[in-house]
Design a protein around this ligand. Structure first.
Ligand SMILES: *C/C=C(C)/C=C/C=C(C)/C=C/C1=C(C)CCCC1(C)C
Length: 261
């Protein structure tokens, strides 16, 4: 009965991964709310609010994709890839992901930027680059011509490389003023972003939007695993850090200098 209902909703086999994604995001959100319950320090509260919003937004997006909303068909022609060839020249595209990412990726960068003690200007620059990456990625996904799709994918990927470079250069520099504990958390989160984010454009290229080596079922599973790791995994590491849950708030560089005097 369950699969039949999913088919009625226009969601085939991959609906199982969208359902699992919804549940895991909700669990992450509830756990983060529980962890943050009763936190009064305004600086710490900010981390909790941002980190709760991330899986919250993703859960809403996953639920809408599960119900078949946020799914569209892009006519790319049968010659584009084997997936399009089997579907009469069209690709099924979950554009709702991009709406989710447009809000959640800046929030992830805000979280790590605040932890690093980066300036508002640097956080703003990174968020701008990030939004450009997601919007051009959506462009790549919705274009009909293969050349345009790969051109936009390339522009988006170059933005991502610049973004990661900026994260490693500028944010790491800001984080070098932190105490050992906060610095350790920063390094783990930064490396987690490097590894997980890099896999997104690769999955796009091998998935249905690109070469079609991997079908929609596997692609949906892998995007779900990446999303859960990059959001819930990230949140767990951040909110388990002693610099967030401990007695000391995350020291800003100026506070540390004052303490050293
Ligand atoms: C929670 C969601 C996250 C962390 C999503 C991250 C998404 C990306 C880093 C996507 C990158 C893409 C490109 C660099 C090229 C074009 C295709 C995209 C949008 C998948």
């Amino acid at each position: 009965m369950f699969p039949m209902q999913m088919a009625e909703l226009g969601v085939e086999g991959e609906g199982i991964w969208l359902a699992l994604g919804t549940v895991l995001m909700l669990i992450g959100m509830v756990v983060f709310i529980a962890k943050g319950w009763g936190v009064d320090d305004p600086q710490k509260k900010e981390f909790y609010i941002i980190t709760i919003l991330i899986p919250g937004i993703a859960a809403a997006s996953y639920l809408s994709m599960f119900f078949g909303f946020g799914l569209t068909e892009v006519p790319v022609g049968e010659a584009y890839n084997s997936v399009a060839a089997e579907n009469g020249g069209t690709l099924q595209v979950y554009w709702a992901r991009y709406a989710d990412w447009l809000f959640t990726t800046p929030l992830l960068l805000l979280d790590i930027g605040l932890l690093a003690g980066a300036s508002n200007r640097d956080i703003g620059a990174l968020v701008g680059l990030d939004a450009f990456m997601i919007v051009t990625g959506l462009g790549a996904t919705l274009m009909r011509s293969g050349v345009a799709r790969y051109a936009f994918w390339t522009i988006s990927t170059i933005s991502m490389v610049l973004l990661l470079y900026f994260l490693f250069a500028v944010f790491s520099e800001a984080a070098s003023d932190l105490n050992e504990d906060a610095k350790g958390t920063f390094n783990v989160l930064r490396n987690l972003i490097l590894v997980t984010w890099t896999l997104y454009p690769i999955l796009w290229i091998i998935g249905t939007e690109g070469a079609g080596v991997v079908g929609l079922y596997t692609e949906t599973l892998l995007f779900m695993a990446l999303d859960v790791t990059a959001k819930v995994g990230f949140g767990f590491i951040l909110l388990s850090s002693r610099s967030i849950v401990g007695d000391d708030s995350v020291p800003t560089p100026s506070e540390e200098e004052a303490a050293a005097d």
